[in-house]
Design a protein around this ligand. Structure first.
Ligand code: SF4
Length: 77
C-alpha cells in the first residue's frame, strides 16, 4: 500500500500520488497518460494532473490497482 508520508514531491496536490516504492515499470503512464508522467532524472512516475473527468478517474484507479508494487495511493492531500 502506498504511503502518503513517502510520496514524491513532484506529485501535484490532490488524492492520487506515487510514493518512493515506484520501480518505473511504465504501467500507470500507459494506462493513464493524462495523469501520470515520468520523472526522467529520478527514474520514477508521479501524478502531474489529478483526474478531471469520470473517465480519467477510472483510468487512475485502474493504474493504481495495476501497479505491481502498490506505489500509487488515492488518499493524498
Ligand atoms: S505502475 Fe507503479 S511501479 Fe509502475 S511506473 Fe507506475 S507507480 Fe511506478
Amino acid at each position: 500500500m502506498a504511503d502518503l508520508a513517502n510520496k514524491y514531491a513532484q506529485n501535484v496536490g490532490g488524492k492520487f500520488y506515487v510514493d518512493d516504492q515506484c520501480i518505473d515499470c511504465d504501467l500507470c503512464r500507459e494506462t493513464a497518460p493524462s495523469n501520470f508522467k515520468r520523472d526522467d532524472d529520478g527514474g520514477h512516475s508521479f501524478v502531474y494532473k489529478q483526474p478531471e473527468s469520470p473517465e480519467e478517474e477510472t483510468l487512475c484507479k485502474e493504474a493504481m490497482e495495476g501497479c505491481p508494487v502498490e506505489a500509487i495511493g488515492n488518499d493524498g492531500e
